[in-house]
Design a protein around this ligand. Structure first.
Ligand code: NAD
Length: 517
């Protein structure tokens, strides 16, 4: 272990998570059967190689599907509240391991330690939610039009659920899916991002311990590793009735078509281009805190990060000055050091995309009012640290229409009524998160109305990022339309069956059709 990792106790965290790194750095854990090419996991924090992981070959994948399918045959017969009890134990284990797992998330992905802990807390919260839900997977009872008949619907487990996740929420997105899928009676095969494979192994180890302590089959939770080619094994596999995929719009379009071509179901959680409308009636102090956290938190690498601020012309200069001032206070550096606000981007490819975005906004006629730049020197050796930037721009710019996964905030001006701001907010292909800062009830209600925001998430006097697990999470348009986590999102993990029972000696047909023999 190098200096940074040693100072922040990374080896201890790996030990507690059951990740053993042998001499050449290869990680071992419950990464079901992997025997393929080596994936190296480098930390964006200090550029160090944390460990290597073996990827899943086609043959390995077949073995995984065999154990998963076999496990499903058993798991679906376990009563849902008992499945809930297993998820409760899993949540308890996460409570015990919150610190090491939060630390690994921070070191492998680069988000702040606080946000790493927050991610594990989200896992715990969804487990609690799922435990309660395990006694509430209820369908409706309907009145039959035929005498002496009873009609109702029930929800049954779906089968093997495939989960493909992105690097930026390397553990929580898996838990949003698995906690619900497990109480629904499904088994899960997970392909984490190839950029954060150790987080995958850590989660798999925790789940495997709980299942084995309860004498349950290992295949209820399976892990496969690798890049898009391993993901494609699942999208093309008709043994997987549901593929839940989180990532870029580019990926989602490919996954959606592959799954649809075999008439499978996909749950898509894709990119956003989120805006906050700042009305003349906004509380400026709250606006600045919400906008800065939304734009620079997780170094702008949240699907719900604030990308656009749509500011009324009457307060534009005031908001702009306050933002520029706030950006001067930002401390950029090691995310495990709690004094820093902004950590690194995931890798140097992301840094290149950030630099291109800054160039493009200028080429299209925009103006950088907080210049960005790549940081170099002591503490920035990984080459992944960038300065958050702000540009004055126009909603029509191609680069503004595009989701750049980095801390680049575009300021857009509107005049007239809130409907003009809403038109700008909706004037992008993505539809994930949106917000309005206003103390004006009419504006707020207009923003939330049917001709208001077209996003899956619409907030008033809160920024665009940081959702709670109790609500359904997801977005419209090219964000993919999926819903995960709270509310009735569980229904996607089950198949619905309508049952009609005839307890008479007659056989009347529906719609009064006569068929006498
Ligand atoms: P990505 O699209 O590059 O990769 C995401 C995952 O998809 C990875 O596991 C990758 O291996 C896999 N993948 C890529 N191509 C595939 C294919 N053809 N078939 C099967 N699997 C494939 O995304 P990323 O860079 O890891 O994450 C950032 C993106 O994710 C951003 O666009 C962000 O907005 C989005 N995201 C969305 C949400 C949400 O809930 N809406 C949450 C987190 C991240």
């Amino acid at each position: 272990m190098n200096k940074v990792a040693a100072a922040f106790g990374i080896q201890e965290a790996l030990d507690k998570l059951g990740i053993q790194t042998v001499n050449n750095g290869t990680a071992t854990g419950s990464d079901n059967f992997a025997s393929g090419e080596i994936i190296s996991s480098y930390s964006p924090v200090d550029g160090a190689l944390i460990a290597t992981v073996k990827s899943t070959t086609k043959e390995d994948y077949e073995k995984v599907m065999e154990v998963a399918t076999k496990a499903f045959a058993h798991w679906r017969t376990v009563p849902a509240p008992q499945r809930g009890e297993i998820v409760r134990q899993f949540g308890e284990k996460l409570r015990e391991l919150k610190e090491p797992l939060g630390k690994l998330v921070s070191y492998e992905m680069g988000k702040s330690y606080q946000e790493g802990l927050g991610e594990v807390q989200e896992m715990i919260d969804i487990c609690d939610f799922a435990v309660g839900l395990s006694r509430q997977l209820h369908g409706l009872t309907m009145h039959s039009e035929r005498p002496g008949h009873r009609m109702y619907e029930q929800y049954h487990p779906l089968g093997v659920v495939g989960i493909i996740s992105a690097f930026n929420f390397p553990v929580a997105v898996w838990a949003w899916n698995t906690a619900l899928a497990w109480i629904c009676g499904d088994v899960c095969v997970w392909k984490p991002s190839e950029k954060t494979p150790l987080c995958g192994i850590a989660c798999q180890n925790i789940a495997a311990d709980v299942f084995s302590a309860n004498g349950l089959p290992e295949g209820i939770s399976c892990l496969i590793n690798g890049d898009y080619k391993v993901g494609e094994m699942m999208t093309s596999d008709s043994r997987i009735p549901l593929v839940s995929a989180t990532g870029s719009i580019r990926m989602g379009k490919i996954v959606a078509q592959a799954v649809a071509s075999r008439l499978g179901k996909s749950l898509l959680e894709l990119g956003g281009n989120n805006a906050i409308i700042v009305s003349p009636d906004a509380d400026i102090k709250m606006t600045v805190i919400g906008a800065v956290f939304g734009a620079v938190g997780t170094a702008g690498q949240r699907c719900t990060s604030t990308r656009r601020l749509i500011i009324h012309d009457s307060i534009y200069d005031k908001v702009k000055d306050a933002l520029v001032d706030a950006y001067q206070q930002l401390r950029i550096g090691n995310p495990l050091d709690e004094n820093n606000h902004v950590g690194p981007l995931i890798d140097t490819d992301a840094v290149a995309l950030y630099e291109q975005a800054l160039q493009k906004v200028v080429d299209e006629g925009g103006k950088l009012i907080v210049e960005g730049g790549v940081l170099q020197g002591e503490g920035y050796e990984s080459g992944c640290y960038v300065k958050p930037a702000i540009a004055e721009a126009d909603n029509s710019f191609a680069i503004v229409q595009h989701e750049t996964f980095a801390p680049v905030l575009y300021l857009l001006k509107y005049s007239g009524g809130v409907e003009n701001a809403i038109a700008l907010q909706n004037g992008v292909v993505q539809g994930l998160s949106s917000a309005i800062m206003t103390n004006n009830l009419r504006e707020a209600e207009r923003f939330l109305s049917a001709n208001g925001s077209d996003c899956g998430i619409a907030n008033v006097n809160i920024g665009t990022s940081g959702a709670e697990i109790g609500g359904a999470f997801g977005g419209e348009k090219e964000t993919g339309g999926g819903r995960e986590s709270g509310s009735d999102a569980w229904k996607v993990y089950m198949r619905r069956q309508t049952n009609t029972i005839n307890y008479t000696t007659e056989l009347p047909l529906a719609q009064g059709i006569k068929f006498d023999l």
